[in-house]
Design a protein around this ligand. Structure first.
Ligand SMILES: C[S@@+](CC[C@H](N)C(=O)[O-])C[C@H]1O[C@@H](n2cnc3c(N)ncnc32)[C@H](O)[C@@H]1O
Length: 232
């Protein structure tokens, strides 16, 4: 039995080395995989020039700008898949940072014909984000609101397809209370940092005990993401 385990481990190790070698040979550098998925996950492939331009800027931001603050590439790919698959037209993001997660959202929105409204309180980060939006060619579909999101979001009126929470974590409950009425039926609320930093237990309570909502937790081997559906 032990011999069989040793054999399996050797096979797995050889497989991982072979996959890593293949990836290296193919020049893959984007979106390093998480521990659990790295043997299966491949980097995103650009379907056209617009997508290539966006992926290149994402790669550059991930390597060179505020790496610890930004979501991971895997989180970004999740945002893109959710946003694009639901055909989202109106996405709201709290916590722009330098625009890394915003650009992942825009990767989806440039194909759905939608738009992003994103909020950032810190002027220097907002200015870097604006530059990054231009570099990625998505500035035409993003409105960056500079200021305290707690106040600014009260001006929103349109139904929201997807709401992404990634600002002050003790504010998540307040954001949810203010914006849930605007999230359309079958819309999503995606909240970042469900593992680290530790989430506000009041937010977890709010999204897991309301019968109008269905919540799943994903990518918990990264910072952790809660995906909450507003039921019809
Ligand atoms: C974790 S960073 C966002 C990272 C970004 N979502 C990404 O992954 O590229 C959180 C951001 O929220 C901003 N923030 C914190 N409190 C805020 C508030 N009340 N209103 C607007 N932005 C806020 C911070 O300045 C910071 O840039």
């Amino acid at each position: 039995m032990r011999k069989r385990n040793v054999g399996l481990i050797a096979l797995f190790a050889a497989g991982s080395v072979a996959v890593a070698a293949l990836a290296q040979r193919a020049g893959h550098s984007r979106a390093e995989g998480s521990k659990g998925t790295e043997s299966l996950q491949r980097p995103p492939l650009a379907k056209n020039e617009a997508e290539k331009r966006i992926l290149d800027v994402l790669d550059d931001i991930h390597r060179n700008q505020f790496r610890g603050w930004n979501i991971s590439p895997e989180d970004g790919r999740l945002l893109r898949v959710l946003t694009e698959s639901m055909g989202a037209k109106n996405v709201v993001e709290l916590g722009t940072g330098v625009g890394y997660s915003s650009i992942w959202l825009c990767l989806a929105l440039q194909s759905t014909g939608g738009k992003l409204t994103t909020y950032e309180i810190e002027a220097h980060r907002a200015s870097l984000a604006r530059e990054n939006f231009k570099r990625a060619g998505v500035n035409g579909i993003v409105a960056l609101v500079e200021g305290d999101a707690h106040e600014e979001v009260t001006k929103l009126r349109e139904p929201i397809d997807l709401l992404f929470l990634d600002a002050d974590m003790d504010g998540y409950v307040g954001y949810l209370n203010k914006l849930l009425p605007l999230v359309r039926p079958s819309g999503l609320i995606v909240a970042h940092n469900m593992v680290r930093p530790p989430p506000d237990p009041r937010y977890i309570e709010a999204i897991t005990t309301n019968p109008d909502l269905e919540t799943i937790f994903l990518l918990m081997d990264h910072a952790g993401v809660a995906v909450t559906l507003r039921k019809r």
